[in-house]
Ligand binder design. Structure first.
Ligand SMILES: Cc1cc2nc3c(=O)[nH]c(=O)nc-3n(C[C@H](O)[C@H](O)[C@H](O)COP(=O)(O)OP(=O)(O)OC[C@H]3O[C@@H](n4cnc5c(N)ncnc54)[C@H](O)[C@@H]3O)c2cc1C
Length: 496
C-alpha cells in the first residue's frame, strides 16, 4: 500500500534516485521511492551498466582509500596512473565542445571522489576494471582513459547494494508505481499523483526528487527532439525511461536545459531486441572498433575509428552509424587484434561472420557492396604507416595517410586470416536534454526561479553533456547530483 503522506518522494529507483533517497534520509525525514518497473526489471539503466564509474584521483593512495581490499600484489603489477581533477575538467570540456555547464561540471568533478567515499559508508564496494580498461604491457597492467573502477557486481551489484542500503535506512521502495503528475500551487510542489498496480492515488509530501531518467525509450519523443531516424534506434537499457519526469516538471513550468537534440548512442548488435535484455546487459555493445575498421552498406569507411580512446568516441559513434544507409555497419578485424576484442564479442547472441580470405569475408557481409568492401580494405591496408609501432595503451599515432576518411591511431593492416566481422546498428543509451537545476539540484522555472519542493538528478538533468560524453560519467553524475538533490530535499522537507 502506498502512504497518503510522507516527507520526501523520490521518483525512480536507479542510481540517482537511490543516492537521493539515502541522502534525504540523513535529515531524519520519511522517504519513499516510487519505481515504475516491476521489481525484477527495477533499477533503470543503472542495472544494465557494467558499473564503470569515472572519478578524479591523484594516485594509488586514493584508490586504496576507496578499495581497501586492493592487495600489495595487485598494486605491484598495475600502473593505475592518476586522473587529477584538471584532467576530468579537460575531458568534459573537450568532448562537449566547451558547452558543459561550468557550475554543474564543477560539482561533478570536485565531488566525484568524496561521493564515492560516501557511498562506501553505505556498504557499496568498488573494484578496478581490469577486464576492459587496462591492457598488459611487459607483464604489468596499465590503465588508460581515466576510467579505473567499477561497482562490485557491475550494474546489478550496484542496484542491489543501493537497495539493501535503502532498506537498512527504513526507505520503502514501491514497485509498479508510476508517477503521473506533480501536485503544485503557488507555494511549490505539494505531492505526486501515482498509478500503482492499476490504481491512481495521491501522495502528499514536502519535497519531490525526480530521478526517472531521460526519454530514450520513447520513440515519439526521440523523433521529435533528436530528429528523423531516431525512431529506428534500438534502446540499450530499460523500457521505462519515457521522459515522464521531464514532462511532469515542464507541465508545472520547469525550464528545459541542455542538448535536447543530442544523446549518448553506441554501436550495438544489429539484431539486438527493441529494448535492453537484462540477461545480456551491455553485451550487445561492440566497443573494440579502434583496433579495426568499420564499413557501411556501400562497402566504405565513414568515420575515424582511431580518433581517440574508445571512452571518448563510443558515445557519439552510434549517431554516425544511424546516419549510414540502412542504419548499420560491419566492424572488421584480423587475427592480429582479435585477442584484444572485449568480452562482449564472445557472447552467444552476436551477429558475426568469419572467413579465410578478404573476398570470402566481403561476400558474407550481409547487405554490403562486396567488391567495394574488398577495394576499401586493400586501399586502407596500403595507407597504413606500418613503420609506427602499435600500442593499444596510448594514442600511438600509427595512422593512415592519404585516405579521404583517415584513421589516426591504432591503424593495423587487415591481412592476416582468419578475418572476423560484426554487424552493428545504433543503440541509444540516454538523452542529454533535460531540466534546468541550481547547484542545490533544485528545479528552476522558465522565469529563472527555483520551484519550491522540486529537485532533480541523473539522466533527466540537462546541461552537463553535449554531443558526446566521457565513459563512466553517467553513474558519477547520478551519484553526485542524486546526493545533492536528496540532501537539499531532505533539508527542505525538514524545514517546510
Ligand atoms: C547498456 C548500458 C550500459 C551503460 N554503462 C554505463 C557504465 O558502465 N558507466 C556509466 O557511468 N554509465 C553507464 N550507462 C549509463 C547509465 O546507465 C546512466 O547514465 C545512469 O544509470 C542513469 O541513472 P539514473 O538514475 O538517472 O537513471 P536510471 O538508472 O535509468 O533510473 C531511472 C528510473 O526511473 C524509473 N522511472 C521512469 N519513469 C518513471 C515514473 N513515471 N515513475 C516512477 N519511476 C519511473 C525507471 O524505471 C528507472 O528505475 C550505461 C547505460 C546502458 C543502457
Amino acid at each position: 500500500m502506498l502512504p497518503e503522506r510522507c516527507d520526501v518522494v523520490v521518483v525512480g529507483a536507479g542510481n540517482a534516485a537511490m543516492c537521493a533517497a539515502l541522502a534525504a534520509r540523513e535529515s531524519g525525514v520519511d522517504v519513499i521511492v516510487l519505481e515504475r518497473a516491476p521489481e525484477d526489471e527495477s533499477g533503470g539503466n543503472t542495472r544494465f551498466t557494467a558499473g564503470a564509474i569515472r572519478f578524479a584521483y591523484d594516485g594509488v593512495d586514493d584508490l586504496r582509500a576507496l578499495m581497501p581490499d586492493l592487495s600489495d600484489e595487485e598494486v605491484a603489477r598495475t600502473d593505475f596512473g592518476s586522473y587529477p581533477e584538471d584532467k576530468f575538467f579537460d575531458d568534459m570540456a573537450r568532448v562537449t565542445e566547451n558547452r558543459t555547464d561550468p557550475d554543474l561540471v564543477e560539482l561533478l568533478v570536485r565531488r566525484s571522489k568524496s561521493t564515492l567515499m560516501w557511498l562506501r559508508t553505505y556498504g557499496l564496494r568498488f573494484v578496478p576494471i581490469y577486464g576492459r580498461q587496462a591492457f598488459k604491457v611487459d607483464g604489468r597492467f596499465k590503465f588508460w582513459g581515466g576510467l579505473t573502477v567499477e561497482a562490485w557486481g557491475g550494474g546489478p551489484g550496484l542496484v542491489d547494494a543501493e537497495k539493501r542500503a535503502a532498506e537498512k535506512q527504513g526507505i520503502a521502495v514501491h514497485y509498479e508505481a508510476r508517477a503521473l503528475s506533480l501536485i503544485h500551487d503557488d507555494t511549490g510542489v505539494q505531492g505526486v499523483v501515482v498509478k500503482h498496480r492499476g490504481r491512481t492515488s495521491t501522495i502528499r509530501c514536502r519535497a519531490v526528487v525526480l530521478a526517472s531518467g531521460g526519454f530514450e525509450s520513447n520513440p515519439e519523443w526521440r523523433t521529435r527532439y533528436l530528429g528523423p531516424g531516431w525512431d529506428l534506434a534500438k534502446v540499450r537499457g530499460t523500457r521505462f525511461n519515457t521522459g515522464d519526469g521531464i514532462r511532469m516538471a515542464l507541465e508545472i513550468g520547469a525550464s528545459p536545459k541542455g542538448n535536447w537534440s543530442g544523446c549518448h548512442a553506441v554501436g550495438w548488435d544489429r539484431n539486438a531486441p527493441e529494448f535492453g535484455d537484462l540477461a545480456v546487459g551491455d553485451g550487445f555493445q561492440k566497443h573494440s572498433y579502434p583496433w579495426g575498421i568499420m564499413l557501411n552498406a556501400n562497402g566504405e569507411r565513414f568515420v575515424d575509428e582511431g580518433a581517440d580512446f574508445r571512452n571518448y568516441t563510443y558515445a557519439k559513434y552510434g549517431a554516425v552509424i544511424l546516419r549510414q544507409p540502412g542504419q548499420f555497419a560491419w566492424q572488421i578485424f584480423d587475427r592480429k587484434v582479435t585477442h584484444l576484442l572485449r568480452d562482449e564479442y564472445r557472447i552467444r547472441q552476436v551477429t558475426k561472420v568469419t572467413a579465410g580470405t578478404l573476398e570470402e569475408l566481403a561476400g558474407k557481409l550481409e547487405d554490403v557492396n562486396a567488391s567495394r568492401a574488398v577495394e576499401t580494405i586493400l586501399q586502407y591496408n596500403a595507407a597504413v604507416r606500418t613503420d609506427i609501432a602499435f600500442d593499444p595503451n596510448v594514442k600511438d599515432g600509427r595512422r593512415t595517410e592519404g585516405l579521404p576518411v583517415p584513421k589516426s591511431n591504432w591503424a593495423n593492416t587487415i591481412d592476416t586470416p582468419p578475418f572476423e566481422a560484426y554487424a552493428v546498428s545504433c543503440g541509444i543509451t540516454f538523452t542529454f536534454g533535460g531540466l534546468r537545476i541550481t547547484t542545490d539540484a533544485q528545479v528552476v522555472d522558465t522565469d529563472g526561479m527555483p520551484i519550491p519542493g522540486l529537485y532533480a538528478a541523473g539522466e533527466l538533468v540537462g546541461g552537463l553533456f553535449y554531443f558526446n560524453y566521457p565513459g563512466g560519467t553517467g553513474l558519477m553524475s547520478g551519484s553526485v547530483f542524486g546526493r545533492i538533490a536528496g540532501t537539499s530535499a531532505g533539508r527542505a522537507a525538514a524545514a517546510r
